[in-house]
Design a protein around this ligand. Sequence first.
Ligand code: BGN
Length: 383
Amino acid sequence: MHQVGPGRQAMTRLMLGRTLERICKAVLLLCLIHFLIMMILYFDVYSQRFDLFRRNGSRTNTNVSAGTAHHYFLYNVTRANATAACLTTSPSPQPEDQQTPSPKPLPPCPESPPGLVGRLLIEFSSLMTMERVQKENPNVTNGGRYTPPDCRARWKVAIIIPFRHRENHLKYWLHYLHPILRRQKIDYGLYIINQLGEETFNRAKLLNVGYSEALKDSEYDCFIFSDVDLIPMDDRNIYHCYDQPRHFAIAMDKFGFRLPYAGYFGGVSGLSKKQFLKINGFPNEYWGWGGEDDDIYNRITLNGMKVSRPDVRIGRYRMIKHERDKHNEPNPQRFNKIQNTKNTMRKDGISSLSYRLVHVRRFPLYTNISVEIGKPPPRPFKG
Ligand code: BGN
C-alpha cells in the first residue's frame, strides 16, 4: 500500500491553509464591494430627500400615504422618522446667517420616479367614504392641488373629470388616484366639471369648460381628461403630457384588456396646451353618448399629429360597473358627425365655447366647477 509521509501531510495542510486563506480574502473583498455598492445606491436614491432636509431645515416629511402601495408607505415612514431623528440629535444653535441657507433650485423630477410600485390591486367592494379618503391624503391642498416637495415637475397638469351624479365613483377615483399621482411626482390640480340640470349630457363640452376654468386658476400647460369611473391598474402609466397627444386608457377590463379599435381615444387622454389649441379643443356639439372621442381622434390626425400610447401591459384600467346613465342616450347623429370633423373642427371647438359658470367650490381633494352648458339644438324637421 502507498504510505503518505509526514512531509507530504504537512505540505497538504499548508496548501489547504493557503486555499482557505484565499477563500476568506475573496469573501471579505466581496463583502466590501457589496457594502460599497449599497452605500452608493443608498446615497443615490435618497440624495433628493437629504437635499430637502438641508433646504427646509425644520420641515419634516409628511408625505405619508395610506393608499394602495404598502411598501411606499413604509418607505415614507422610514424617511420621515429618520428626518425627525436627525433634527432632535443635532440641536446645536447656528449663527443667524447660517440658519437660512440660500434656496437651492429643486432638481427636475426623475423620468421614472423611484417610489412607483407597478401593478396595483384595484377593487370596488370595500366601503369608501370621503372622510377616509381625506385622511389618506393629508398632503393634497385645498381644491385638490399637489406639488412634489422634493423636485421640479416638467409639466403643470390640470386633471379634468366630466361629471354628473357619480358621487360614489368619485370617492374611489380620489382614493386610488391621489396616491398614484403623488408617487408619479405630478404637479397637479383636480377639476370636477359638473353639468347642472337634467339636459342631455355633453362630455366633450364639459372637457372644454374644464380646460378654460383650470386656466383661470393657474398656468397649466398639460391637460388630462379622465372619466370618473376609470382607474389605472399600474402606476407606471404616468399622468403627464408627451410629445404627441396621449391615450392612456388603452387596455380596459371591459374590452378584454385590449384596444377596441385602432383609432380609439376614449376614457382617459391627455394633451399639452399647445396640442389642445392646435386642434381647436374638443367639439361642443356631441350631445349624448358616443362619437366625441372619435371626433377628437380625427382632429389630432387631421392636424398632423399622432396618438402616443403606453405599453399594453401598463395601460390597463378597471372600470367601475354601473347602469347606463339617464339623459345620456346614444347620440343618433354621431355616425354622420364623425364623418365631418374636417369641416366642423375650425368653427366648433374651444374658440366657440359658451356656458354659464354657476359656482366654483373648493373641497379638500378637488375643485367642483358647476356649469350650465345648454341643450342640444332642436332636431331638423323631416317632412
Ligand atoms: C365607439 C364610440 C365611442 C366609444 C367607443 C367605446 C361611436 C361613433 C360611431 C361609430 N363611437 O363605437 O364614442 O368611446 O365605442 O365604447 O359610437
